[in-house]
Structure formats: C-alpha cells, structure tokens
Design a protein around this ligand. Structure first.
Ligand SMILES: *Cc1c(COP(=O)(O)O)cnc(C)c1O
Length: 389
C-alpha cells in the first residue's frame, strides 16, 4: 500500500497526446490542468519525446563529480532569456529549488560579512513546497500540523500590510520571498506596484528579493517569467514545474550579487542537472522563449479569460470571481466545493484542479488551441448548470 498523504481523484490517465488525456477505460478528457501547471507543451510532444529518447540511448547518469555539458548549454539558454540573472543551479523539484534559493540567500549575506542575516519574510497564502523549511516558510497551519515546532527563520506577514512587512524586518533579515502570482493559495496576482514596493524595501535595507516562479513562470502568463509584466527584477528566482514539461527538474537563477556565494562543496544534488532532464529542458525552453509562442499565449489566454468572465456573469451565484493571468486562472466559488466541481468536470470530460480558498484552477497546456478553448467552455457551461441544479 501507499502512505495516505494523497487522496487521488479517479480516473487513472494512461495516455496523453497534446491536450487530450485518455483513461484506462478509453474515455477521453480535455486537459485544463497540465498536471499542475507542468505540461505546458502538452503531452507526448514529438520534439520532447525525441530529445528524451535520444539521450536515453547515449548516457543516463554521470554525477556532478563530472562535467555535464548539457547543464552549461541549458544554463546559457535560461540566462539569455532572463536578463536579471548570471548563474544557474539545477535540481529536481520545486521544493529543492526553493531550499537552494534560501541557502544561497543566506550564503550571500555570509559572503558579504553579514552572517547574522538568515531570516526570510514570507506572505500569507503562500505555497513554497513541503520540506520542513518550506512549510515553516509558508506558515500554513494545515501543512505544519503534527510535524513539530516550525523551523526557525521565517516571518510570515499579510500580503498588503506595509506596517507588518516593515516590522518583520530587522538586522537578522536576509530576504523577502514571494510568488508573483500565488498558486496553491488561491490564484492571487500580486499587484505590480506591490512587487515594486518590495523591490524598493529590499534595496533600501540591503535585502535579497526572491521570486518563487515555480507555478507562474515558464511562459504561463505569456512571458517566460511572470515578474516581467511588473518590470521588477529579483535577486534570485526558483523554477520547476513547467521547466521540464513533466521531467522532474528545478532551477535557481541568480543575479550578479549572489552568483559567487556558493563555493565548491556548499550545496549539491545527485540527480540535479542530469543529462535526461537537461535535454528535455533545452527542447522545452527553445519553444517557451520564442516570442511568437509567447504572443500566442497572451492572445489565446485573453480569449479564455473573456469567455470565463461571461461564464461568471451567467453563473454569478456559483462563481464569485474569475482571477489570474495568462493561462493561470482561477474560478473562486461562491458555493459548493472546488472538490465537487472537479468531480463534475471529470464527468463532463474536463480536467481541472482545486486549490485553497475554494478555487478551481484552470491551467491548460500553453499550446491549447482556440477550438479547444471553446470546447472547454462548453463543458464548463454544462458543469455549472449541473452543479447549480
Ligand atoms: C509546486 C510548487 C512548489 C513545490 O514544487 P515541488 O516540485 O512540488 O516540490 C513550490 N512553489 C510553488 C509556487 C509551487 O507551485
């Protein structure tokens, strides 16, 4: 048996092609979830399959004791598309990326002669992963329950409270960590002026600004990184989810101030930056950084949002609000449960996922066509009618 930490929905998907999923009974579904914002280029993409299978025939594993050329190539590709950054660390998941990012933030202050600066300010409704440090970072009671005293080093404040933010900062503060669009917490877009304010506070106090773009990055909003819309640059950024389109991979991107803080032996990962993941990331990034691809995401996601807003007006007693950006959208339910909505959606052949605050998340593959958007909307209409009855 498996431990009981998951409570999965059925059906079990056994095949994916583009935006279509097939279950073990042969039923098909339209994918409006991409896992959870992972399969941005859809399923079984021929270029990605080729990249992975070609590498699988050459060599799988060499360890980071040896030079991995694809890691350098991948880093150059990421950096060319991320002007704020000059160095990259690769790992295998979002939580690992955030852990590395927090260690790098602390180590940066240490290398600047300020080893007492180790604390990080975080925000209510955040989600940063499930390690002991990261559940302490987000401070969500449900995720902390039963796991002993929360790890020290985090000060979690309300997102819109200037006073609380400034009060939380002292001579031990190293960094401010935020998702430019909160994902699991309920699809909350952080206003651009808020991000600019955080940048200003960090600059005034010598702190590092850390963006967790694990869910909102990788072209989900129609820019490679969500923060590009606000014109605010982080000192460190974590990525994962969409970066490998389903191959486990994570990354930390570091601005000049942080790029030399890790010395050999400081940090590491057995599988981080392995050859299989790197080939898939290279092929994925080639597409996600293409300006015409990004423009397509902006245009098609605007179409989806317009449709959803009309849906909300027709079903305003069920859907209180539509919010989000790009293909990272949420339906905040006024009644019923997100869980129930997801089940009804599966019944109608549409895959969506729930999140906190009774919100249904819509995170379709970025390659979704206008026709598939219309099809998804027809199904959403039926779901709303069925639930409202
Ligand atoms: C999913 C997610 C994580 C954790 O990633 P894992 O790969 O599950 O460890 C961290 N931050 C954000 C914003 C996420 O959406």
């Amino acid at each position: 048996m498996l431990l009981k930490n998951y409570d999965p929905f059925y059906p079990a998907f056994v095949k994916g092609e583009g935006r279509t999923l097939t279950d073990s009974k042969g039923n098909t579904y339209l994918d409006f979830a991409s896992g959870v914002a992972v399969s941005g280029l859809g399923h079984s993409d021929p270029e990605l399959v080729r990249a992975l299978s070609q590498q699988a025939k050459n060599i799988w594993h060499v360890s980071n004791f040896f030079h991995i050329e694809a890691q350098e190539e991948c880093a150059e590709q990421l950096l060319a598309a991320s002007p704020f950054a000059q160095a990259v660390f690769f790992c295998n998941s979002g939580a690992e990326a955030n852990e590395a990012m927090l260690k790098l933030a602390r180590r940066t202050h240490y290398s600047e002669g300020q080893p007492q600066r180790y604390r990080t300010v975080t925000f209510h409704n955040a989600f940063h992963g499930r390690t002991l440090a990261l559940i302490a970072a987000a401070g969500k009671a449900e995720h902390l329950e039963g796991f002993g005293p929360p790890m020290d080093g985090f000060d979690c404040v309300p997102l819109d409270d200037d006073r609380a933010l400034l009060d939380a900062i002292d001579e031990e503060t190293a960094a401010v960590l935020i998702e430019p669009i909160q994902g699991d917490g309920g699809i909350h877009v952080v206003p651009p002026e808020r991000l600019r304010f955080l940048r200003q506070v960090c600059d005034e106090k010598g702190l590092l600004l850390l963006f967790d773009e694990i869910q909102c990055g990788c072209a989900r909003t129609g820019r490679l990184w969500a923060h590009e819309w606000a014109g605010v640059k982080p000192d460190l950024l974590s990525s994962a989810k969409g970066l490998g389109n389903g191959i486990p991979v994570g990354a930390v991107l570091a601005a000049p101030r942080c790029k030399n803080a890790f010395a050999p032996g400081c940090h590491g990962s057995t599988y981080g930056g392995n050859t299989l993941a790197m080939q898939v990331v290279k092929a994925t990034l080639k597409r996600l950084t293409d300006p015409s691809f990004l423009d397509g995401v902006v245009a098609r996601s605007a179409l989806l949002l317009r449709h959803l807003e009309a849906l909300q007006r027709r079903h305003s007693r069920l859907i209180a609000e539509v919010r989000g950006m790009g293909f990272m959208l949420g339906l905040a339910l006024a009644r019923g449960s997100a869980q129930q909505f997801v089940l009804q959606a599966l019944h109608e052949g549409l895959v969506v996922v729930p999140c906190s605050g009774n919100v249904v998340r819509l995170l379709p593959p970025l390659t979704i066509t206008e026709q598939e958007i219309e099809q998804g909307l027809e199904r959403l209409e039926k779901i709303c009618v069925a639930i409202s009855q």
